[in-house]
Design a protein around this ligand. Structure first.
Ligand SMILES: Nc1ncnc2c1ncn2[C@@H]1O[C@H](COP(=O)(O)OP(=O)(O)O)[C@@H](O)[C@H]1O
Ligand SMILES: [Mg+2]
Length: 206
């Protein structure tokens, strides 16, 4: 695990311990942390989890609204992280070790949304393959400073449900440990980076 120390605006010190394959956030972005009581990564995880549940409940209530729309994509991120980060729902303004150049996020996202709409209307892929491809390309674009994995998984789940499928499990039914699952997920994403989606489709339903 890589470690980074980030100093917030109030010089309150917060240590972030990053999971493998997680995107480090830069100091400006870390200064956007809303709750003041958070001192450790585990406090942050618990806080984020509660916020994300609110975002998931909101997404479930959006039965009619167009999903494949920039406004929806941003609002979902906002609803998942609005009590955690001031920049929730706002695109990146810096480059990361993954993701497109930050200045291209909006254009690339809108291309992805339009392509996915086209794939749905022309039944190019099965529902699962379509939603998994969408997930991978969304995390590859990496629109936000943080939370891209969780946001893109929830959005893929919401899309799958709209297409008449169940939510994905993302490994939840497997007997592997959390860290093994993380490795399997990242391995499947790297395979998807080369255009091979089978592993990721299988992982999403195991
Ligand atoms: N090689 C890769 N190709 C595509 N997506 C990747 C790759 N490596 C990591 N990711 C995605 O980036 C996410 C990490 O980004 P991050 O913004 O920190 O999301 P989160 O905070 O929800 O984990 C991973 O969960 C994964 O979805
Ligand atoms: Mg992260």
């Amino acid at each position: 695990m890589a470690r980074a120390e980030i100093f917030g605006k109030s010089s309150a010190r917060m240590k972030f311990t990053y999971a493998v394959g997680a995107t480090p956030i830069d100091p400006d972005e870390a200064a956007g942390l809303i709750p003041s009581h958070i001192a450790t990564q585990s406090d942050l995880n618990i806080w984020e989890e509660a916020n994300i549940l609110q975002g998931a409940a909101w997404a479930q209530r959006q039965k009619k609204r167009e999903l494949l729309d920039e406004g929806f994509v941003r609002e979902l991120h906002k609803r998942m992280f609005n009590r955690t980060w001031r920049w929730a729902g706002t695109f990146r303004a810096s480059n990361k070790n993954i993701g497109v150049d930050w200045a291209h996020v909006s254009v690339r996202l809108n291309n992805l949304l339009a392509n996915t709409q086209y794939q749905i209307s022309h039944a190019i892929f099965t529902a699962d393959e379509l939603a998994v491809r969408f997930h991978h390309q969304l995390v590859w674009i990496h629109p936000f400073p943080n939370g891209n994995g969780r946001h893109a998984r929830l959005l893929a789940d919401t899309l799958a449900v709209r297409l008449g499928r169940k939510r994905f499990s993302w490994g939840a039914n497997s007997s592997s440990t959390v860290s093994e699952l993380r490795q399997q997920y990242l391995q499947a994403l790297r395979s998807a980076d080369t255009g091979e989606y089978e592993q990721l489709i299988e992982f999403a339903r195991c």
